[in-house]
Design a protein around this ligand. Sequence first.
Ligand code: PHE
Length: 448
Amino acid sequence: MSSPDGIKQRGYWGSGLGFVLAVVGSAIGLGNIWRFPTEAGQSGGGAFVLVYIIATFLIGVPVMMAELAVGRRTQRNPVGAYRSLAPGSGWGLAGGFAVFTGLIILSYYSVVAGWTLKYTWIAFSGSLHGATPEAISATFNNFIQDPGPVLGCHLLFMLITIRIVMGGIQHGIERAAKILMPVLFVLLLLLVVRSLTLPGAAEGLSFYLKPDFGMLDVKVILKAVSHAFFSLSLGMGAIITFGSYLSPKQNLVSSAVWVSCADFLIAFLAGLAIFPAIFSVPGLEPDAGPGLIFVVLPNIFNAIPLGHLFGAAFFILLAIAALTSAISMLEVVVAFTIDELGWNRRRSAIAVGSVIFLLGIPSALGNGAVPLFAGTLDFVNEYFGGMGLVLGALLVSLFVGWKWGTGNAVEELERGRGTFRLGQVWGFLIRFVCPLAILTILFQLLRG
Ligand code: PHE
């Protein structure tokens, strides 16, 4: 395995399996189980889902290949990667933008991950066992308005993330996740079965799967496309960074396809679990916002024997899925400070992680605890988790398609696999389809 300069400090994958696990770990997280149902529920259901599916496979998969190719070719963090492929060109700024976006996204991601830690405990303690839907909703509202616990959970989650990135011990976590994620998958399947057999499930199913094209405006399209990037960890350099730790033997094309399929499957199942349940419980609405899964899931757990233990297992696995995603976000910024600023890993993880914790405070307290911060989480989720990633992905596709060149990229994609027969199709998607789709959406948005 190659080990270019500087990579010892940065670390590299011991095996191809470690890499695929890390990318799957990065992709599958709160995006699938928390953000996807929340966004789909606010944007009218089926129409959003349809655009999300198309965007995932038509734009997301090619962009993932592009990021992997850039990362492996340069063996650098996003800033260094852009700079080394286009020296003296100003493209380094695109990398800087990606790193910055990652920093902000992790700040609120950690807040929601903290909620899952709290809910592991709430479920385990049995305090919601047999509770009415109103009581379940009230528990969530009381929790997010109480500054101590929300900050405490945010802090705890960031500390765990920092500890892992600091020690460069993510491989251990990825190995553990390899066993735990299939368990999450099975629990999710059981939830789907229970949810689909609740009275009134059909209405939820049709909300989720039957597109109402009247709902499709440019905002919904933008949200669905940006969510595809969010879910696949694209547009902020996470995949460039992971690709940079990669051996030439790895098949980038099939990795991108498999990771995207797995990621889509988990999100799709999450929707199948959430939407039927919403419509079967009086008082629940699909557009409830960031609290959606926290007020819906406990109702399903209550309809399952030993549901509180089931619920605790589900939330802790969700927290672990969030952790492997958070590691990948922190890693982007840490790799940047190691490569470009010469910091050591330990110092970088602590410093960057602390800054992210502080940046997350308004998101943590903006849900009823401190009026001044009201709406922060929704705002950063929409503008950084949404728009920021769309712009990041636009820059990647323009860079690879028009600056570095699809010829060079295809050459990189062919290392470790042999001829990439769909290389030209891929090149067409990266040069034309991705940028034009994104630019059209942005243009329409500006026109109002
Ligand atoms: N894809 C992750 C999730 O679905 C979130 C993420 C976004 C991770 C961007 C890294 C980069 O939860």
